[in-house]
Design a protein. Structure first.
Ligand SMILES: Cc1cc2nc3c(=O)[nH]c(=O)nc-3n(C[C@H](O)[C@H](O)[C@H](O)COP(=O)(O)O)c2cc1C
Length: 212
């Protein structure tokens, strides 16, 4: 009769060393973030601005998913000062593409979402009144990530703080004075695959640690 003795894997010094080496490598390799560990991180790292679209319409269910993601964003004191104007009218998209030089791609987009801030929401305190910008920016980023996760393409085209662009969009959408457009986000199915940019820069990270 032969006795088979099961040795634990790490009784083998070679395997143990290899295992430790892999852990040390994983901890010290900056590219760890370029190989995201879960779907959320993958979406964040794979997203990139998309400026050309197919003619395929964006399904209503997807549009709702984008808006729900946008409204799930954090906001100062939970004021949620955002409003989302959905522009599907072809003539209006063309007009905006002609009047906003940095948003020419609106001419081909099946729709655009204009993210606006309601400056009458929340505390009219001289400092807090500016929080709509941060709140609507957080909502826009959620929207862009949700679009990417659904296989849609989108890009943030800036309106605020440029006075001329603000009055262009205000006139086109007939916005009241207290509603300020932050951006116009064309949305559609990407016409081509685009590669995300690698922006990791260790030099932009500053640690303040207790001196030993
Ligand atoms: C505040 C802001 C304003 C922007 N304005 C424009 C714009 O007017 N037109 C445009 O094509 N892209 C615009 N972008 C998109 C940037 O050009 C883009 O995010 C940047 O080049 C990085 O590329 P990525 O989004 O693919 O990572 C804007 C982005 C931000 C955050």
């Amino acid at each position: 009769m032969t006795l088979s003795i099961k040795r634990p894997v790490f009784r083998s010094p070679i395997l143990l060393r290899l295992f430790l080496f892999a852990i040390i490598l994983a901890i010290n390799t900056p590219s760890v973030m370029s190989q995201p560990a879960n779907e959320t991180l993958k979406t964040i790292h794979d997203r990139t601005s998309i400026r050309s679209y197919t003619e395929e319409a964006v399904p209503a269910s997807m549009l709702e998913t984008l808006l729900r993601a946008a409204m799930a964003a954090p906001s100062s004191r939970n004021v949620q000062p955002w409003l989302f104007y959905i522009v599907e009218d072809r003539a209006l998209l063309t007009r905006l593409s002609e009047e906003l030089p940095s948003a020419r791609m609106l001419a081909q987009a099946p729709l655009a979402i204009v993210v606006c801030g309601d400056t009458q929401k929340g505390d009219p305190n001289a400092e807090q009144v500016h929080n709509w910008v941060m709140d609507c920016s957080a909502a826009t980023q959620n929207l862009l990530l949700a679009a990417h996760s659904l296989g849609l393409g989108a890009v943030w085209t800036g309106v605020y703080p440029y006075a001329e662009r603000i009055s262009t969009v205000r006139a086109a959408l007939n916005l009241p004075g207290h509603i300020v457009p932050l951006n116009v986000v064309p949305v559609g199915f990407p016409a081509a695959h685009a590669h995300p940019k690698d922006k990791w820069d260790e030099g932009k990270v500053i640690f303040k640690r207790t001196e030993e």
